[in-house]
Design a protein around this ligand. Structure first.
Ligand code: SF4
Length: 422
């Protein structure tokens, strides 16, 4: 997509138009959009380096499923486009353009665009806790999964009511498990043991990431979900022996009384994600959120959280590119950017930081069934710059969003380069 004609700008053209944009971060975005395929030689090398693991025994699968520990560019930026080889993702993606290749050549590992070696990359071994079980026999990789190389992801609410009501977010591939609270006394014990085991691998984990599906029911809006977060946070308080739990808490939009409960249970950050700014698109793309309890409620929750957690400790997220999906989305990059950046600016004015995630069109989602595509490279580069510039103007940083956990979020990569935002 291009505003003036149908020509989609190539990597070189976009790089030429944005010489101030770091090349490796641009390459990261492009790997997310186009995907990365491993050659047999690269797979062999991943095996030799302990970066490949067969999860079939842990997950009770009948056929082997190999997952990858991760891959980094030479400056530590995460290589994307390999998500189909990560544990927590489905194996089907719709990409844009031809995929990159990862190959082992002359003793080194290269990212190839066609035949051209564009960057040297490095595998990350799978975590040491893979293959281990809790004292109740639960495979630890079912309790916590690495989200890219350095972020430990705990899905603490394994159920989303929106799927039950057939109103999931259109990009979501989350398939609900059984209804009911995710945590029992036993599963909280599994969580404690898994986190303790994972932390034995020193220097590996940069961020703990708590997230889950949505249940709008309960004693307050999303009260059932809030109960699960409180249980997990309390368990982590006692695991770490600290009052505060330094974790990303990505959750539903909670009312003030639930936010206070989270804080008391140790939360220091909070992220209710708005996903898309335009009012009509919010209703189309996130019908569950629109029904429970509407866009304004989600916005108000983020704003009131700033009073509780402090400026810069509350973050919302946009799914970059969803506002260009058709038939209801914007028709041009300029219109899409204008809308999303208006949202980013609104939140910044109220002390809420924003980030954006590159849309993954994944198997199991409505967008996948509709054959939607992620937005072009040019769009993401301009959006990343736009988000970074606004946060700079408002001197908003969100240090808890460690860039190695930023995965598909290039604006966070940019933010780390000018840490003090001045
Ligand atoms: S809230 Fe939306 S994105 Fe999250 S699990 Fe439910 S349907 Fe998926």
């Amino acid at each position: 997509m291009n505003d003036k004609n149908n020509h989609e700008k190539t990597f070189k053209e976009v790089a030429g138009e944005h010489p101030d944009f770091p090349g490796i971060i641009m390459r990261k975005i492009d790997t997310a959009l186009r995907g990365v395929t491993l050659t047999e030689r690269a797979l062999e090398r991943a095996k030799e380096e302990g970066a490949l693991y067969d999860v079939s025994a842990d997950l009770g699968l009948k056929t082997p499923r190999l997952v990858l520990g991760g891959a980094l560019f030479r400056d530590g930026t995460v290589v994307l486009g390999l998500e189909d080889m990560y544990l927590q993702f489905p194996e089907k993606f719709i990409r844009r353009g031809s995929s990159y290749t990862l190959d082992a050549v002359d003793g080194r590992l290269w990212l190839l665009d066609g035949k051209e070696r564009v960057e040297e990359v490095f595998f990350v071994p799978v975590p040491d806790y893979f293959g281990k079980k809790t004292s109740r026999g639960t495979p630890m990789l079912k309790v916590a999964t690495p989200r890219f190389p350095c972020c430990l992801f705990v899905r603490l609410y394994n159920y989303c009511h929106f799927w039950e009501e057939k109103t999931p977010c259109r990009y979501c591939s989350f398939v609900k498990a059984e209804e009911g609270p995710a945590f029992t006394q036993e599963s909280l014990e599994d969580l404690r043991e898994t986190i303790e085991e994972a932390l034995k691998e020193q220097g590996r984990w940069m961020t703990l990431f708590l997230s889950g599906g949505s249940d709008p029911r309960g004693n307050s809006p999303y009260g059932n979900t809030a109960d699960e977060y409180v249980k997990a946070l309390r368990t982590l308080q006692s695991t770490f022996g600290t009052e505060k739990v330094y974790a990303r808490v990505v959750a539903n939009a909670f009312p003030r009384e639930e936010l206070l409960r989270l804080k008391e249970a140790g939360a220091v950050t909070y992220e209710p994600h708005i996903e898309v700014w335009d009012e009509k698109l919010f209703e189309w793309i996130c019908p569950g959120k629109a029904k429970y309890y509407g866009r304004q409620y989600w916005i108000d929750s983020a704003l009131s959280a700033v009073e509780i957690f402090g400026r810069g400790n509350v973050c919302t997220q946009f799914v970059g590119g969803v506002e260009l999906t058709q038939p209801n989305g914007f028709k041009t990059i300029d219109e899409g950017l204008k809308s999303t950046l208006e949202g980013v600016e609104f939140f910044a004015r109220h002390g809420v930081a924003s980030s954006f995630f590159i849309l993954w069109v994944v198997g199991g989602s409505i967008f996948y069934a509709q054959k939607q595509k992620p937005a072009p490279l040019e769009y993401h580069v301009r959006l990343a710059k736009g988000v970074r510039d606004i946060q700079k103007r408002y001197e908003l940083s969100m240090d808890f969003n460690n860039y190695r956990c930023s995965s598909g979020r290039p604006d966070v990569d940019l933010a780390r380069l000018d840490y003090n935002l001045k």
